[in-house]
Design a protein around this ligand. Structure first.
Ligand code: SF4
Length: 327
């Protein structure tokens, strides 16, 4: 990460004490009590940082199609960029349009998903590709509400695709953005476990007015959270918001909320599901129960994991004791 070269501004975000500054140009009634400096300065600071530090990613290039953006957003929801990149590239080579994916069996999407984790996302992406092909002429819809109607597309994905693929103005709240706002604006080390109405109001108040600028702001804050304001070890010395960050100015108070969910994997049903699915992905054919039995010693947990995969539509029973990916 390059050192911060942006001139620090003080204070950009909430004034920690004293009367609130009057609303400056670009501030809204919602933002005014929280901000000690006009929004345009905050925007310029973060946007300048992004221009100098953003990673070059294939789904961010000017010629990336809306479908390329949508695929990246499905993959990036719970998986880091480094692991997503090779899978995204292979995926886009094989299925450059929604129609290409829709023409294949959902099991092929599960197979290509590989080890990205949370493979139900592959089924949902396949479902979205089918809906786009059948109902929207094969083109990813631009409209936020229409995006939201696609299978597997929730509020976050609809806002992200509308912003990043079509340059629209939407609140895009992922875990990185929420963490940056929690620290820089609210002064808390971590946001609440689930997105709150107050967070959404804050994010709305901070959004630049112009569509294109708002879209770049959304990805810029996300990148700041991914590269600098990381969950465990924020690099505050490299941060463009260093002198104005509410959490930093408060002396980095420790998190006092409810225990945060860990990402335990070893020994969980998730791990067993991953092992069972790996056998089916690699088989390219129907798989007898005996081969699945080899992957995990605990028969009860193994059966529970397999039942879960079948219930989720990720695995299809062919006949008694024979399984395959869905067709
Ligand atoms: S100063 Fe530190 S805590 Fe505050 S926004 Fe920047 S990286 Fe995050």
């Amino acid at each position: 990460m390059a050192a911060n070269t942006v001139t620090p501004v003080t204070p950009v975000l909430p004034a920690p004490a004293g009367p609130a500054a009057p609303p400056g140009p670009g501030t809204s009634a919602e933002a005014a009590p929280k901000l000690g400096l006009p929004l345009p300065v905050l925007h310029a600071t973060v946007l300048d940082w992004y221009a100098a530090n953003a990673r070059e990613l294939p789904w961010r290039t000017p010629d990336a199609s809306p479908w390329a953006v949508m695929v990246s957003e499905f993959m990036l929801q719970q998986t880091p960029v480094k692991r997503v990149l090779p899978v995204w590239e292979t995926w886009m080579e094989r299925w450059p349009t929604p129609a290409d994916l829709a023409a294949e069996a959902p099991g092929e999407a599960v197979r290509m998903w590989g080890r990205l984790g949370y493979p139900r996302r592959a089924l949902r992406l396949h479902g979205a590709a089918v809906a786009i092909t059948e109902k929207h002429g094969g083109e990813v819809p631009e409209d936020h509400a229409t995006l939201l109607s696609l299978p597997g597309v929730g509020e976050y994905t609809a806002a992200a695709v509308a912003s990043f693929a079509f340059g629209q103005r939407h609140v895009v709240l992922d875990t990185n953005v929420r963490r940056v706002f929690a620290r820089a604006v609210t002064g808390a080390e971590y946001p609440a476990q689930a997105t709150t109405a107050a967070e959404r109001r804050t994010a709305t108040a901070l959004l630049p007015a112009a569509d294109r600028t708002a879209a770049t702001w959304a990805v810029a804050v996300m990148e700041l959270g991914a590269l600098v304001c990381t969950a465990r070890s924020p690099e505050c010395g490299d941060c463009p918001l260093f002198t104005s960050c509410a959490w930093q100015r408060a002396g980095r108070p420790p998190y006092e909320g409810p225990a945060r969910r860990g990402q335990i994997y070893e020994g969980t049903d998730r791990q067993v599901r991953g092992k069972l699915l790996a056998v089916l992905r690699e088989a390219h054919d129907e798989v007898p129960q005996a081969r699945l039995d080899e992957v995990w010693p605990d028969a009860v947990q193994r059966a529970r994991a397999l039942d879960g995969l079948v219930a989720d539509g990720l695995v299809e029973p062919v006949e008694q004791g024979v399984y395959r990916l869905p067709r």
